[in-house]
Design a protein around this ligand. Structure first.
Ligand SMILES: NC(=O)c1ccc[n+]([C@@H]2O[C@H](COP(=O)([O-])OP(=O)(O)OC[C@H]3O[C@@H](n4cnc5c(N)ncnc54)[C@H](O)[C@@H]3O)[C@@H](O)[C@H]2O)c1
Length: 256
């Protein structure tokens, strides 16, 4: 097979959650640049529609659907719409995520449950719905966005975030095993430090930024293309024999 065919997503349909900005948008753009038809989804409808128009202007094949990953009915409807419009769903990127920083002694049950609901239950719901179709197709690629904080502890007080991201890794392994008879790959990406809305407070706080960068061997944040490359790889034929794994994209942060 030619190298360009190995990585091409031509003819594939992808559904990306939390794609109105940040890493979701970067990954959606990357998949579309690799020739997939990409359905972007997010809870923020207006931002989502603007992003879709911008990507269309770049000549990319994209669509958009409002979807709150914690809403079971919305998730079901969104996946159904993708399949009824495009005939199949080949790639699911479970990217939507939230966090709130607060010491554990002051963490409200409401916020704890919200973080777990978006970061973990959202992945369960989207994977459940998409895999129903992927099983019939006897193919599919599910890519879950974890974090280096699913692999290690750090000083920022975000207990449910670390817990949820470790949970994503466990979910990835178990779901990979369960879906393996159907030729469905389930893998996770654990990004390190990328500039987005989520990491803005750390980037604006120069002490926090230099403390984090001092722990990253490459002494820099991640670049959009570095994440695009990883998601395209996991969505493409090049990764057909990889399942249940976590690819860490962190400039070496976790190798200490
Ligand atoms: N930025 C980083 O350095 C970094 C590092 C490791 C992991 N991550 C993970 O990458 C993913 C994206 O993070 P980001 O940095 O782009 O954050 P972000 O806050 O910039 O983007 C998150 C997106 O998810 C959407 N979202 C939130 N709740 C949702 C819901 N219930 N349903 C649908 N969409 C929802 C938001 O509207 C937003 O567009 C998250 O899972 C995050 O944990 C980010």
């Amino acid at each position: 097979m030619k190298i360009e065919d190995l990585f091409s997503l031509s003819g594939k349909v992808a559904f990306v959650t939390g794609a109105a900005g940040g890493l979701g948008l970067i990954q959606a753009e990357g998949l579309a640049e690799a020739r997939a038809t990409v359905v972007l989804s997010d809870i923020k409808e207006e931002k989502l529609m603007n992003v879709k128009e911008n990507l269309k202007k770049k000549g990319l094949r994209v669509d958009a659907l409002k979807c709150d990953v914690t809403n079971e009915d919305e998730v079901k409807r969104a996946v159904e719409k993708v399949v009824s419009k495009y005939g199949h769903i080949d790639i699911l990127v479970n990217n939507a995520g939230v966090t709130y920083a607060s010491p554990t002694t002051e963490y409200s049950l409401r916020d704890w449950e919200k973080v777990l609901r978006v970061n973990l239950t959202g992945i369960f719901l989207c994977s459940r719905e998409a895999s129903k179709y992927m099983i019939k197709q006897r193919r599919g690629k599910i890519i879950n966005i974890s974090s280096v904080y699913g692999l290690m502890a750090d000083i920022s007080p975000e207990l449910p975030y670390y817990t949820s991201k470790a949970g994503v890794i466990g979910l990835t392994r178990q779901l990979a095993l369960e879906l393996s008879p159907y030729n469905i790959n389930v893998n996770a990406i654990a990004p390190g430090f990328f500039p987005t809305e989520m990491t803005k407070p750390f980037i604006e706080d120069l002490d926090a930024l230099s403390c984090t960068l001092s722990k990253i061997p490459f002494k820099r944040v991640g670049m959009p293309d570095e994440l695009k490359g990883t998601v395209i790889f996991l969505a493409s034929r090049a990764s057909d024999c990889i399942t249940g794994q976590v690819i860490v994209v962190d400039g070496g942060w976790t190798i200490w």
